[in-house]
Design a protein around this ligand. Structure first.
Ligand code: ARG
Length: 465
């Protein structure tokens, strides 16, 4: 079967044929291409467009190919793509009658049907994997609702929290990543088959029927749009890029938190490397690589957007080049997801150290100012000024958070406002206690154990959906 036999009297150069072949990355479309041909052929038989007997022989050959697997195809680059390789297989099985299979169908609608089907499976798989990761995070959070932890802004000591609260931030970001995929899925789940080359066909095909047979939710309403559009692919890759961002940020924190200077967590040995010269080293290479590789999907997204930007409507061969970038973004992000899941699940928290950090370096200063507002009716700005001065005095006098007492507070209050505050020893100590700080933040989204448990419950009901 030689496509060129009618129109041309010769072949492309080998170089041009290899340059234009998509067969290598089309392997990804093998299952979808069988399903697409089977649905189309079934519909052609039902509509009495092709002889039933020939149609049934085509269907048998497709079943046989499905059983034998992709190795049964001749993946010679002179075939241009998987669609031609598959047609070649069917022709070798049943002879010329294989030619009925392509009635009222073009590779233009076939390829985007295949890509859409494959992306639906990929998205389903990724959603399941994100949910499994969230499940692990939720289990870890349950164990750590009172594990004191320090939270940062500007990567500077900010306020005490718990490890569970921080973990649940990851879970919520991942939930949105998941929901983004679910939303994109609706726009991937549309059937372009029947658009043929670009204007449909004069045969009385039944597009609703192939939509049903392929399990799509909707049929695409315009055939030019059907074969032209790749926004569904760009959008899917954006979702992978965004998921990569979440995973890259988690990895980045693991790198920082496991330094000697922070010492908040330790990576398991299974996710660590050492140095070829410095025998003492334990390096978080896997976290660093996850952070590094998390950029790959961004590049693929830019490539795809640039490819689909400057081309006129309907099918252009440029569109073929979108596919390998889609697969690469997916494969890379799936790898990172698997690795980061394993790495976080095996991480240990150095609880003594995180408790020490939660109480150090005036991380509880906000609460001291809040107590002045609550108990002495001070405007927050005045309280902010008094506490700011307490901290700067304490730093220059070499005094720690623990050593600030009622007298110290009053001395500074007199300097700033001319009056003592008289909070009392008990109030000052309570305000500066990191555990009490955490326990007082019971508002929705807060770090108090019961607030985090509420957020865990919400997450668990999302996972059950
Ligand atoms: N390999 C092509 C692709 O991936 C299939 C469609 C080819 N169509 C054509 N008119 N050459 O886009």
């Amino acid at each position: 079967m030689d496509l060129r036999a009618g129109r041309f009297d010769g072949q492309m150069t080998d170089d041009a044929a290899a340059f234009s072949s998509s067969i290598e990355f089309d392997k990804r479309l093998f299952d979808a291409d069988i399903k697409c041909n089977r649905a189309h052929t079934t519909m052609l038989i039902e509509q009495e467009i092709i002889p039933e007997e020939s149609g049934n022989k085509i269907l048998e050959a497709l079943d046989k190919l499905e059983n034998e697997g992709i190795e049964a195809l001749d993946l010679n680059p002179s075939f241009e793509d998987i669609h031609m390789a598959l047609e070649d297989y069917v022709t070798k099985q049943i002879g010329k009658e294989a030619g009925f299979m392509h009635t009222g169908k073009s590779r233009n609608d076939q390829v985007c049907t295949d890509v859409r089907l494959t992306l639906k499976w990929e998205i389903e798989n990724t959603i399941a994997n994100i949910k499994a990761f969230i499940e692990t995070i939720v289990e870890m959070a349950k164990e750590n609702t009172d594990t004191l932890f320090i939270a940062y802004t500007h990567l500077q000591h900010a306020q005490p929290t718990t490890f569970a609260h921080h973990l649940m931030a990851y879970a919520n970001e991942l939930r949105r990543d998941c929901e983004r995929f679910m939303d994109t899925y609706k726009r991937v789940d549309m059937n372009p088959l029947g658009s043929a080359a670009l204007t449909t066909t004069g045969f009385p095909i039944n597009r609703q029927r192939t939509t049903e047979l392929l399990g799509f939710s909707n049929v695409m309403d315009n055939s030019i749009d059907g074969v032209s559009s790749r926004d569904f692919a760009a959008e899917t890759v954006f979702d992978y890029a965004m998921l990569s961002t979440t995973l890259g940020k988690i990895s980045d924190e693991i790198v920082i938190w496991s330094t000697y200077e922070f010492r908040m967590v330790e990576c398991s040995n299974q996710y660590s490397s050492t140095s070829s010269i410095m025998p003492q080293k334990k390096n978080p290479d896997i976290a660093e690589l996850a952070r590094g590789k998390s950029t790959i999907a961004y590049g693929e997204l830019m490539t795809i957007l640039s490819m689909i930007k400057g081309i006129p409507h309907s099918y252009n061969r440029d569109l073929q080049e979108v596919s390998p970038h889609v697969w690469n973004a997916i494969d890379n992000t799936n790898d990172i997801l698997r690795i980061v899941h394993g790495m976080l699940a095996t991480l240990t928290v150095n609880k003594d150290r995180t408790e020490e950090l939660a109480g150090a370096n005036f991380a509880t200063a906000t609460e001291l100012a809040d107590v002045m507002v609550r108990e002495k009716n001070l405007p927050f700005r005045t309280a902010h000024q008094i506490v700011g001065r307490i901290v700067s005095d304490a730093i220059s006098e070499g005094i720690n958070t623990k050593d600030i007492d009622d007298d110290y507070v009053d001395r500074v209050a007199v300097e700033v406002t001319g009056e003592k505050l008289g909070l009392g020893e008990e109030s000052v100590k309570r305000a500066l206690d990191p555990l009490l700080n955490v326990k007082s933040r019971i508002v929705k989204g807060g770090c108090a154990p019961e607030a985090v448990m509420d957020s865990i419950e919400i997450m668990e009901s999302f996972l059950k959906e």
